[in-house]
Design a protein around this ligand. Sequence first.
Ligand code: SAM
Length: 288
Amino acid sequence: MSDEPEGERREKRPDLSAPGRVKGLSSVSNPIIKDIRALGAKKGRDETGLFIAEGLKLVLDAIDTGWDMKTLVVAKSQLHNPLLEKAAARAVALGADLVEASEKVLGAITRRDNPQSAIGVFKQRTVSLDRLDFGKDGVVVALDRVRDPGNLGTILRTIDAVGAKGVILIGDCVDPFSLETVRATMGSIFAVPIARASEGQFLGWRTKFRGLVAGTHMAGTVDYRTPDYAGRPLILLMGNEQSGLSEPLAKACEQLLRIPQAGKADSLNLAIATGVMLFEARRKALAL
Ligand code: SAM
């Protein structure tokens, strides 16, 4: 008899012959694969409320943290990998569809030559502004019309790394659930609460916020190292890549901060500026 707990034992070996659970697919024109491929486009994601995340570790982490997985696509040729088998077992145990596919199909879904061995299809998750939990002294980043998926993904990853509490996407932002953004988050898409708001909604909600609202601005007059960020909640407003913070948002800030620069560069990249700010704001909370 095995020493393993009941749940572990139950999940370990998937019934790969269970009807409706496993499909050996090698054609990119198969309707199931077509539906999953459609999630590569915003229209497909908006219509279904689903998104794709690639990578075995990432899929396992997402399952561990309670994300709702609808389908798991695995590389048939890799099913000897015990971790992949574990992911497959967990998918089946959770009631997700398990699809065995050729590498060509996995590559077509993620538009990659060297696809990962596992692709999860998950239900998107966002929170309302009122559900953001700042705690006593949490930091939330508010992004004004962020347009670049790589920037947004990198910012989500950095928010996760510094232990900040979430992100607010203000106005017309790039989709946080696009393939490129999710890829750039390196798994942090599953760790960072995401709220969306129009500029008007944000400004209305901001009036009730008890904490510091600080924006970064090329015309800021306060050195970003000056404020004492510790001990109170912080909303850190960051501007659009091209045009910076809108005027109404800049006006809503108690302080406009500037990161000093030397040299000829006009400004820092948005994700870099956000990283610099976050490490300063969380300096006291982060210690080795
Ligand atoms: N041309 C834009 C402007 O004038 O605001 C540049 C925008 S910059 C690429 C994107 C955002 O990063 C800015 O709106 C600001 O929030 C932040 N940022 C970049 N460099 C900064 C700096 N040196 N000081 C303060 N914020 C900065």
